[in-house]
Design a protein around this ligand. Sequence first.
Ligand code: PMP
Length: 348
Amino acid sequence: MYAKGIPVASSPYGLAANENPHSPLPAVQDLLATEAARVNRYPDRFATELIAALADRLSVPASHLAVGAGSVGVTQHLLHSLLVAAGPLQGRSPGGEIVYAWPSFEAYPHLTAMCGGRSVQVPLTDHRHDLEALTDAVTAETRAVIVCNPNNPTSTVVRRQELERFLDRLPAHTLVILDEAYREFVRDAEVPDGVELYRDRPQVVVLRTFSKAYGLAGLRVGYAVAHEPVAAAIRAAAVPFGVSSLAQSAAVASLDAEHQLMERVDTVVKERHRVREGLLAAGLEVPPSEANFLWLPLGRRTHGFAEACAAAGALVRAFPGEGARVTVGEPEANDIVLAVAAELARQN
Ligand code: PMP
C-alpha cells in the first residue's frame, strides 16, 4: 500500500466533492443563527433581495435572473422547460437532445433523462472540450448544448476565441448553457466571463452557484443569467419556495462580503499551484487546472490511488478506470495527497 509511513488523519478530509474547505464567514454564521428563529415562516418566493443583489453585482436586469436550489436545481428547471411537453420553451414535441462533452458533470445525463430527453455525449480530446465535434453533434433535435467551463472533472477550460467561434457557427436558436460553477477560481485571462458573453448573445445562458467559491454548498443556492424569454421560462418551471430563507439571506450576506471570500479563493488557487507542482514532480500527468480541483488521469491505477488516499485520511473522487478528481482542500489534506503521490512514484 502506498500509504505506508504516511500519518493518518483522525477523521478523513473530504476532497471528493469540490467543496470549499473554509467554514462560512462568522458574520454569515451569525446571520443564519438569527434567521433560524424565523423558519416557521415561508421564504420570499421571488427571492427579491437576492435577485436585486445579483442584478446589482452583475449589472444585469433583475428579469434576466432565476434562482434555484443550487445550480443543479436551476439546471433542472431549464431542462424541464426545454424538454417536457408544454414546457415554456417547448413549442415543438416533447423530448429532444441535450448535447455536452463527456466526461463532464454527472448531473447532466441524470437531469436530461429525468426530463425525458436524450443525452448526446461528445468525448473530450486531451481532457478538453472538442468544440468542432460538439458543433457537428448538433441536429434539428438539439434543444441545448452544455459547455462546462471549467469542466468538471477535468478542470480544463474553453477560451474566448474558440468559444466565440463556436457560438457564431451554431444555429441562432440553439441554446448554449455555460455552466460556470467554478468561474471564481479561473485565473487564465483568456477564459471568457459568460456574463459578458451573454449580454449580446440571447442564445447564451450562464449558470453560477454559491456552493463553491462562496462556500454555501449545504444551503443549496445557485442562479442563471439569461435573456427573456429563457429566464422567464426557468422561473416558470421552478419549484415554488425552492430556495430557503436561510439560503437567500446567506447568499446576500456573502455577496456583501465578496472581497473577503475572494481572498479565500486566492488561497485555494495558490494551493492548487502547489499541489499540481508536487504531483507533476511525482511524475503524474495533471492537466492545468482553472478550478478548485485537479484531474489525475490514472487509468487502471485510479482505484489504488484513491484507496491509498482514503487509507491516509483524504477522500478523493475515483472515476473507475479513468482517473481521480482531487479537490484542493486544507493544506494538511493536500499534503496527504502529495505524500501518497510521492510514495506511488517511489514504488514505480
Ligand atoms: N455544475 C458543476 C460543473 C458542478 O461541478 C456542480 C457541483 N458539483 C454544480 C454545477 C452544482 O452545484 P450546486 O448545485 O451545488 O450549485
